[in-house]
Write a new protein. Structure first.
Length: 424
């Protein structure tokens, strides 16, 4: 698997009803921190259920550039990492610029080797995305943090356990500080921590490595530092965002789809909103059935940290709102510029009024019209693909390479459920 740079397009002819069964893969946002955590030990770490995504390839190359041995087995969806001999403490800027999770190597490097250097991380352009929470936390641990022209220079002796109050429950910030705390001397308490399932997954992997952590999944995480960590053998949790995208696809096409390998608790925010909008959701162990035989109704979503509605499904849910009867409302409370995709939906005929950069009103139902639209990032790309499923005629999603960062074969999975969709 190589990193793609070519501009790709996805073509869809709308109007097909999705039916069938699909297996959900491992979560990108859980696989990436788990890979970074391998830097905390010289022992081998083995991660299963790894999704084959561009971001996973980027993390593979980034860890190799630091000196780790990394074997990504694409047949088995498995990665083996051994970070015995680290040669560099500076991940290559061109890789750091590609995704937010690249910054997750700084916490482990600082905790184990006492040094790290990085440019600010890249990722989807969703408004302001600082790493202040991480830097303030590193300083609390006793590290020297120098902000240079190109980025950040971090140095420390052994980190000292401390109490950290996070001004915002940053997702990757919590992960970075949690990993660092595992090797700090003494007790660290992280207050106002984020509680996303991917963070809990990381915490459980760290526990498997010998870390002593309490309070995972709550806003108060307490870590008793240890002198060393061992390797792990773990599995990536199912991707609630892939599952959510396909669940919304089933609802808007008035189809009936079973999603296998999904965790009910992780899907609760979406399940509530789908039901409120008139879709049916049934659970049987780790399978989720979604069907929408009748009309869809207007609803409101507020994107918030977990267990709030996931911001990464906000754009996909907007497509459902275009198909729902009445006036729906979106309030994006996590990022300050994550509604830019609405202008692409408007080009397809969606009736959307932007109140400001974080609020939109959507009137439905509207028959969307296929046309050429542009993916701006991973989730806006998925949103436009979904819009194409219900649009009249042909939709071409330009710059569809963004989707490969976060979805393993979304096009193939939708086609297997009956969509008329292919790469062009
Ligand atoms: C790789 C990964 O896991 N990415 C996810 C992660 O991004 P990410 O970790 O970037 O999300 P954060 O929780 O850090 O950011 C959310 C909000 O917090 C603010 N903030 C963040 C850090 C900081 O120091 N100060 C501050 O104010 C940001 O400006 C933003 O408005 O969580 C997001 C929210 O669930 C998801 O959309 C991303 O898919
Ligand atoms: C925002 C995302 O990724 P990143 O944090 O890398 O930009 C995402 O997965 O939707």
């Amino acid at each position: 698997m190589a990193i793609t740079t070519a501009t790709e397009r996805i073509r869809t002819i709308g109007g097909r009803v999705l039916r069938g069964r699909v297996a959900i893969g491992g979560a990108k946002n859980a696989a990436l921190p788990a890979m970074a955590a391998a830097l905390l030990t010289e022992e081998e770490c083995v991660l299963e259920n790894v999704p084959l995504l561009e971001d996973v390839v980027v993390m593979t190359e980034l860890l190799r550039a630091l000196g780790a041995e990394v074997d990504l087995d694409t047949e088995r969806h498995r990665v083996r990492i051994r970070a015995a001999d680290i040669e560099s403490f500076e991940p290559p800027p061109e890789l750091v610029a590609r995704m937010r999770a690249s910054f997750l190597v700084t916490g482990p490097l600082l905790a184990r080797f006492g040094r790290a250097r990085s440019i600010p991380p890249g990722g989807c352009q969703l408004g302001s995305r600082p790493v202040d929470v991480d830097l303030r936390g590193f300083r609390k641990f006793g590290a020297q943090v120098e902000v240079t022209e190109s980025g950040f220079e971090l140095r420390s002796g052994r980190l000292r356990g401390c109490e950290i109050y996070m001004d915002y429950p940053s997702h990757t910030g919590t992960e970075n500080l949690l990993m660092a705390a595992c090797l700090a001397q003494g007790t660290t308490t992280i207050l106002n921590a984020a509680a996303e399932p991917e963070i809990v997954n990381l915490g459980q992997i760290l526990q498997d490595m010998g870390a002593r952590i309490n309070g995972l999944g709550t806003s108060r995480i307490v870590v008793q530092g240890v002198d060393r960590l061992r390797g792990y053998r773990a599995s990536v949790l199912p991707d609630r965002l892939e599952a959510g995208t396909l669940a919304i696809a089933a609802a808007i096409t008035h189809g009936e789809v079973i999603l296998d390998h999904v965790r009910e608790a992780d899907m609760a925010p979406l399940t509530h909103k789908l039901r409120e909008a008139g879709a049916e959701v049934w659970w049987s162990e780790s399978s989720m059935l979604v069907r929408a035989p009748g009309p869809l109704y207007a609803t409101e979503i507020q994107a918030l940290p977990f267990p709030g509605f996931p911001t990464d499904l906000q754009a996909a849910f907007a497509v459902l709102m275009t198909q729902a009867q009445g006036r729906s409302r979106i309030f994006e409370r996590v990022f300050n510029d994550r509604l830019r995709y609405t202008s692409e939906l408007q080009r397809m005929g969606a009736r959307i009024e932007l109140i400001d950069r974080q609020q939109a009103i959507i009137e439905g139902p509207v028959k969307l019209q296929g046309t050429a639209v542009r993916a701006l990032d991973i989730r806006s790309g998925a949103c436009l693909v979904l819009a194409g499923l219900v649009a009249e005629g042909e939709t071409i999603v330009l710059e569809a390479h963004h989707l490969r960062r976060g979805y393993e074969d979304l096009v193939g999975k939708l086609a297997a459920l009956g969509a008329d969709i292919h790469y062009a």
